[in-house]
Design a protein around this ligand. Structure first.
Ligand code: GLV
Ligand code: MG
Length: 325
């Protein structure tokens, strides 16, 4: 281990994160009753320019009046390049800051973007005398944001999570996409011809590099990596496949742009009973090994060592977090 200690961000269940447009207050109650872990009330891309002001009012009213249970509540503010952003922050944090857990910053490009919003939020929180500190979630969704992802991840003590915004990322990098968060058959490998001349096509995951890069930046700074949207909500299998790929790389959660995607995300992002059982057995076996002065032992015919303990502990901790929710 390095002498440098990574401080984990505020612990929060973030398996699923539902996007709800601030301009659609009739959707708020249903979202509040859902099984989602985090809700972000959107002021940015799901809200037309003429509706921005009303959306802010809806969000203030909704945050103050609706019982959101133990869900974590977030708002997605407009980008720093717009004139909407300062009012999003000032109005909502001033008037509904006590029920706000997180602010989601879209298209964040540099560490200074984070600094600017931190300064604004800090002033409002101090002026209002709020005890709780609002956390930040950053959407990495531009080439600039990806280039500076490490600096962004370490730019504020408020930082909690990084989100891969695949739709804007595709626009920014001019990637060729078919469906938001889906795969493109052109990103594939053609095998060499077999004896009979036949060749197979293996589809690749065009988002692998970006997502993996974001996961490293998040984890190196104690933050949660979260995968973004999957646009085709009539394709649950495609959604689950994307969520599994993200989970395999280390993501803790995935966005739901439709309520039907919440259960899918919760399922994929929760350890299964068999995994928890195995993790507990690893911890027991290692405790016994330690008592016998051994650093590595075999369990079910496979080697386990101290690295296995750390993995098992993460899994058991996650299961406890879910059970206590
Ligand atoms: C999310 O904001 C995205 O652009 O995918
Ligand atoms: Mg976006």
């Amino acid at each position: 281990m390095s002498f440098y200690t990574i401080e984990p961000a505020t612990a929060r269940l973030n398996r699923s994160e539902l996007a709800v447009p601030g301009s659609q207050p009739q959707m708020f109650e249903k979202a509040a009753k859902s099984d989602v872990d985090v809700i972000f009330l959107d002021l940015e891309d799901a809200v037309a320019p003429d509706d921005k002001e009303q959306a802010r009012k809806n969000i203030i009213e909704g945050l103050n009046d609706i019982d959101w249970g133990n869900k974590s509540m977030s708002i997605r503010i407009n980008g720093l390049d717009t004139h909407y952003m300062y009012r999003d922050v000032v109005d909502i944090v001033e008037q509904a800051g006590e029920r706000l857990d997180l602010i989601m910053i879209p298209k964040v490009g540099t560490a200074s973007d984070v600094y600017a919003i931190d300064m604004l939020v800090t002033q409002i929180e101090d002026a209002k005398g709020y005890k709780k500190r609002i956390g930040f979630e950053h959407i990495i969704e531009t080439a600039l944001g990806m280039q500076n992802v490490h600096e962004i991840a370490s730019a504020s003590k408020r930082n909690e999570s990084l989100h891969f915004g695949v739709a804007d990322y595709a626009a920014s990098t001019r990637a060729r996409t078919t469906v938001i968060g889906g795969v493109n058959p052109d990103y594939s490998v053609l095998t060499d011809p077999a004896d009979d001349g036949s060749r197979d096509v293996h589809w690749g995951d065009m988002w692998h590099y970006a997502l993996a890069r974001m996961v490293v930046a998040a984890r190196a700074n104690g933050l949660r990596p979260v995968d973004g949207p999957f646009g085709d909500f009539s394709d649950p299998d495609g959604y689950v496949a994307a969520a599994k790929r993200a989970a395999v790389l280390g993501c803790e959660g995935k966005w739901a742009i439709h309520p039907s995607q919440i259960a899918l995300a919760n399922e994929v992002m929760s350890p299964s009973a068999a995994e928890v059982e195995k993790a507990n057995r690893i911890l027991e076996a290692m405790a016994q090994a330690a008592a016998e002065g051994k650093g590595a032992v075999s369990l079910d015919g496979r080697l386990i060592d101290y690295a296995s303990i750390r993995q098992a502990e993460v899994l058991v901790e996650k299961a406890k977090q879910i059970a206590g929710n």
